[in-house]
Ligand binder design. Structure first.
Ligand code: CA
Length: 668
């Protein structure tokens, strides 16, 4: 079962793909690592070149504390000529649990298979799984959500538990905080007016959800079904869904089935799934399954032998070592194929080497078509003990990683002030950083991004303060959480207008559009579920804000010119109008499926109204314009007709479309 991975790992024309760890010499390139089940036999394949002997230990249950717990057998593996340990375990052994017992020169260890596809409670044993039997009904007809361009995506970032933990979600109690909450329909807040959860998302119009880690992580005890909360950036078993989000974490099949149900329910609603993946570090350093399997191989170490810690989580994995690189590629392909994942968001991507990211792009393109699976990550510049001169996958390398994008921290901080200072203000509070806003509007194509599709523009994500909280802190010194302040709502609307009219991939934290608060909690990764959860009651208080986001989304979907598609307009058709700074305004000329038109956008951060002479757009002063976005509303409905002079109200956005194009596009 040797596949083509081998050529991909080695075919670099530079020395980047060549071995840099002494054990790389023994690297294995087959596609059968882990346990492969058939009715007739289960085959185990395991890479550990320095082991003296390896056994597979088989159990009836996933832990010793369950009914029927017993050891079934302990069977020796054989080392083969291709440097792996193998065992053919004859018979039908579906749902048996297993570990590897490894004998090294100086010790014996027991570990979970890093390639395990199913595990028992808390991920402490692998499980032999018949994947076909985990498929929900209709899974064979489930289809990926692929778009023409990544810039067509509009991403809403959510955490499985945040989504439905609150009773205000209207979700059945047993499903709250679980995968299955995504499968409920006609859920309502309160007495039955406002749709919540997936129905709400359909109305909102986002194309994708990005879901915080839902591979198996270590920080939440799955054995008790309680209110424990963690974001989950502490991977334990990469190729298995997290158990605490399932209705039964003890049976290795259930979490797989329910995770697939979640994905299918989102696909059925027309919404794609972007998976948040964290290959840059593991839950444990010493004693992790990687460290136990091949000691000293899968991680980076400083010269003094200590663990490299660029991630801040006590260990950095080594994507430049061939077998971790292969693990990343295999794992991504597995999720994309087995779980129909539509995109991946790489945590601390700047800790990986750029070559690995290019290989992941290539592997996905071969299976799914060019750039169909969306890839982006955190391209921060980070220190790590990787060989000097290695090209790291940070913003500086984005131009050399076609089809891979990165979050735009410039835009994030320009909009609302630095994430590193609670009181720091940005464009929406006081008009600061107008030049940086302009750079973000162009999706950093004048800076680090090669094309608009490589830039993820956002104001807020799970990290740092929620947008509403940041505005409260910088404007009110931190008083008034949960109160509705209309001047803050204006700033949120202006922020949304910046993000959703800019080129690139727009992204926002779930609930930003209902003024979500985390009560000033800057880093809520292990705070209570009550602080982290979305309170759907806000849908009643912020109906106008939801409508505003919804309207901007609808416009963006109709107007390719906003998104920065190369087909529709080039940069020469885009011009900033500097006559009314710090009001940022610009005009775009576009050709979209035979429709020739003009867009004018003005973003006014001032506390006073601004008038802009539309002749400054360079277009004929006879041009008639239709407003589609103003301080109060956004959408495809005409708000008013305008010519010559545009009035941009205080702290607001104005977007105009020339009348002829408006009529052609919206068929009026
Ligand atoms: Ca877990």
């Amino acid at each position: 079962m040797i596949n083509t991975t081998s050529t991909r790992l080695w075919d670099s024309n530079s020395n980047i793909g060549s071995p840099i760890h002494r054990l790389d010499e023994f690297a294995y390139f087959g596609n059968d690592l882990g346990s492969v089940y058939t009715k007739e036999k289960t085959t185990f394949t395991f890479w550990s070149p320095e082991a003296l002997s390896v056994k597979v230990k088989l159990f009836a249950t996933g832990s010793d504390n369950e009914q029927g717990a017993k050891v079934i057998d302990e069977l020796p593996m054989n080392k083969t000529a291709d440097n792996v340990w193998r065992l053919e375990y004859l018979g039908d052994h579906k749902n048996e649990y297993y570990t590897y017992i490894i004998n090294f020169k100086d010790r014996t260890v027991e570990t979970v298979d890093i390639y395990a596809k199913a595990v028992g409670v808390n991920g402490n044993r692998g499980m032999i799984v018949d994947l076909k039997s985990t498929n929900p009904e209709g899974w064979d007809k489930d289809k990926n959500i692929f778009l023409n361009s990544p810039t067509d995506a509009i991403v809403w970032e959510v955490h499985v538990k945040d989504f439905s933990h609150s009773p205000s979600s209207g979700i059945t109690e047993k499903n709250r905080g679980k995968y299955l909450a995504f499968c409920e329909h006609s859920t309502l807040y309160g007495e039955g007016i406002v749709p919540t959860c997936v129905d709400y998302l359909k109305n909102l119009g986002v194309t994708h959800v990005q879901i915080n880690p839902f591979y198996d992580f270590g920080s939440v005890n799955e054995a008790v079904n309680d209110d424990s909360f963690n974001w989950g950036y502490d991977p334990k078993n990469y190729n298995v869904p997290e158990g605490s989000y399932s209705s039964n974490p003890f049976d290795g099949n259930v979490r797989i089935n329910e995770c697939k149900q979640m994905i299918k329910a989102l696909h059925d609603a027309g919404i794609g799934v972007i998976m948040d993946v964290v290959y840059n570090h593991t839950y444990q350093a010493q004693g992790s399954f990687f460290d136990l399997s091949v000691p000293g191989y899968y991680y980076r170490y400083n010269k003094d032998g200590s663990w490299s810690n660029g991630s801040g989580c006590s260990n950095d994995t080594a994507s430049e070592h061939l077998m971790f690189r292969k693990f990343m590629i295999d794992s991504i392909l597995y999720w994309a194929e087995e779980y129909h994942i539509d995109g991946f968001r790489f945590d601390l991507m700047g800790l990986h080497d750029a070559h690995t990211m290019r290989l992941i792009r290539k592997a996905l393109d071969e299976k799914f078509g060019k750039d169909n699976v969306i890839l982006y990550g955190e391209g921060w510049y980070m220190g790590t003990a990787c060989a000097f001169g290695t090209e790291m996958a940070n913003q500086g390398a984005i131009r050399s990683m076609k089809g891979v994008g990165a979050f735009n921290d410039n835009m994030r901080d320009a909009i609302k002030g630095s994430v590193f200072g609670a009181c720091d203000k940005g464009f929406v509070q006081c008009g600061a950083s107008a030049e940086r806003i302009k750079s973000g509007i162009l999706a950093e194509t004048g800076s680090w991004a090669g094309e608009a599709s490589q830039c993820v523009n956002y104001a807020s994500c799970h990290d740092n303060y929620a947008l509403y909280d940041k505005l409260i802190l910088s404007e009110r010194g931190g008083t008034g959480y949960c109160e509705r302040f209309d001047y803050l709502v204006s700033m949120i609307k202006l922020s949304a207008a910046v993000v959703l009219t800019s080129r690139g991939i727009p992204f926002f934290l779930a609930g930003e559009e209902i003024a979500r608060t985390k009560f000033g909690d800057e880093n809520s990764y292990c705070s209570s579920a009550n602080i982290n959860q979305i309170d759907w009651e806000n849908t009643a208080h912020y109906a106008d804000l939801i409508l505003y986001y919804q309207g901007l989304i609808r416009l963006r979907k109709k107007l390719a010119a906003l998104r920065g598609s190369n087909k529709v307009c080039d940069s020469s058709s885009f011009r900033f109008i500097d006559s009314a700074m710090p009001c940022v305004s610009y005009a775009i000329d576009f050709y979209d499926e035979d429709i020739k038109g003009h867009i004018f956008v003005a973003l006014n951060p001032c506390d006073y109204d601004v008038r802009i002479n539309l002749a400054d757009t360079g277009l004929s002063k006879d041009t008639k314009w239709i407003a589609v976005v103003n301080k109060h509303s956004a959408g495809t409905a005409p708000l008013m007709a305008i010519s010559e002079l545009a009035l941009v109200e205080s702290k607001s956005a104005l977007m105009l479309l020339d009348e002829a194009a408006y009529k052609a596009i919206f068929k009026r």
